[in-house]
Design a protein around this ligand. Structure first.
Ligand code: PLP
Length: 380
């Protein structure tokens, strides 16, 4: 008998989302064609506490445009963690610059601040902090390094909507922050992104760049002053965003509830660690993740086999980007190579129920119990 499939993620869409998207499709044209976009940007600023927000077609686009606004270009270098989704690194290459990958911390799996200084060269133009799986980067240390070397800190907060570093929302601490509303993320607009900043000059620059290089002060019609970008969000997507952001506290609370149910049933078992939440921070737990200790001998292939045989769609931990041939593969990042060999993301969508979470918990417990018995047998 086949057990019902447990997907790892899917969005939560209510009648409210359908209502606003329908309204945008029916009425959001002509004079009203930007109405939901402006409303969504305003709501997003309010939620994060950022002075400015610009809605984009994706987080990748927001990063590309943001880094262009910081004048990052050919032969420059940008430092980021090796453990990451490629979407953070790809825009660096679009600008002709080079991503420089450094190792991660053992507990948060985010960039190791101690390793950044050694990676800084005369070509370094920025440091990107990626708050992985909702976990928080050590922003105080990163900002201090930024100050010392006069380098902007960019926060890719695609996975950390609802996460707070010492009472400040992610994305508001550095030069600018970016978010993703892809269907797998904490809130969705189908595809979509957001760039936030508190910097007046940078905002003005971004407004021009985001409008095909047409400045607000340019009175001539259809007159671009430079080459810009077209990474805009549509009004229909923004309507979906408006409905989702009304429910964002509920969506984040649910992520936390799902995480803590796993945590309650798994954290006391020897041999595993989960997403941490340091004192004073709030983790929005986009992806509840388990890392097995090395001595459990539980590897990625064991995990994939076991979860798929139980019809559970658990996802592998990010591969180190420096292991991909499209990037510079010379590195010395042992943790970024070691942790993905023994870690997995657990299903965490809004509608997952207790029975389904219990199935996930049982797989993990089963694996650990078998390993302990095996180890014992070897000793006897
Ligand atoms: C999802 C994600 C992105 C990309 O978001 P898109 O909206 O798909 O471009 C970028 N960075 C990180 C860390 C992500 O997880």
């Amino acid at each position: 008998m086949n057990k019902q499939k447990i997907p790892y993620t899917k969005p939560s869409i209510t009648e409210r989302e359908v209502e606003l998207v329908t309204d945008a499709a029916r009425n959001g044209w002509g004079e009203k064609c930007y109405e939901y976009i402006h409303q969504f940007e305003k709501a997003f600023s309010k939620y994060t506490g950022a002075k400015y927000a610009i809605a984009t077609s994706s987080c990748t686009g927001a990063l590309h445009m943001g880094m262009a606004a910081l004048n990052i270009g050919p032969d420059d270098e940008v430092i980021l963690a090796d453990t990451n989704w490629i979407a953070t690194a790809a825009p660096i290459t679009y600008l002709g610059a080079k991503p420089v990958f450094v190792d991660i911390l053992p507990d948060t799996w985010c960039i190791d601040p101690e390793r950044i200084e050694a990676a800084i060269t005369s070509k370094t133009k920025a440091i990107i902090a990626v708050h992985l799986y909702g976990n928080l980067c050590e922003m105080d240390k990163l900002l201090e390094i930024g100050k010392k070397f006069n380098l902007p800190i960019i926060e890719d907060s695609a996975e950390a909507l609802g996460s707070y570093y010492q009472n400040k929302h992610t994305g508001t601490l550095g030069e600018f922050g970016t978010f993703s509303f892809h269907g797998t993320k904490t809130m969705t607009t189908g595809e979509g992104g957001m760039l936030i900043t508190n910097n007046d000059a940078l905002y003005e620059r971004l407004l021009t760049l985001s409008n095909h290089g047409r400045s607000r002060s340019q009175k001539k019609q259809f007159w671009p002053d430079e080459i810009g970008f077209k990474y805009k969000m549509s009004n229909i997507q923004a309507a979906l965003g408006c409905a989702q952001i009304e429910r964002l506290n509920e969506l984040v609370d649910r992520k936390r509830e799902i995480f803590f149910y796993y945590y309650e049933h798994l954290s006391k078992i020897n041999g595993i660690s989960m997403n941490p939440e340091q004192l004073g921070n709030k983790n929005s737990y986009w992806m509840p993740t388990i890392a097995f200790d090395n001595d459990t001998n539980i590897t990625r292939s064991v995990l994939i086999d076991k979860f798929s045989s139980e019809n559970i769609d658990a996802r592998v931990f990010f591969w180190p980007l420096s292991s991909l041939s499209q990037f510079d593969t010379s590195n010395s990042n042992p943790l970024a190579y070691d942790i993905p060999e023994r870690a997995i993301n657990l299903p965490s969508y809004y509608d997952i129920n207790r029975e389904q979470q219990n199935r996930v918990i049982d797989v993990i417990r089963g694996l650990l119990i078998n390993r302990t018995l095996l180890a014992k047998k070897v000793i006897e």
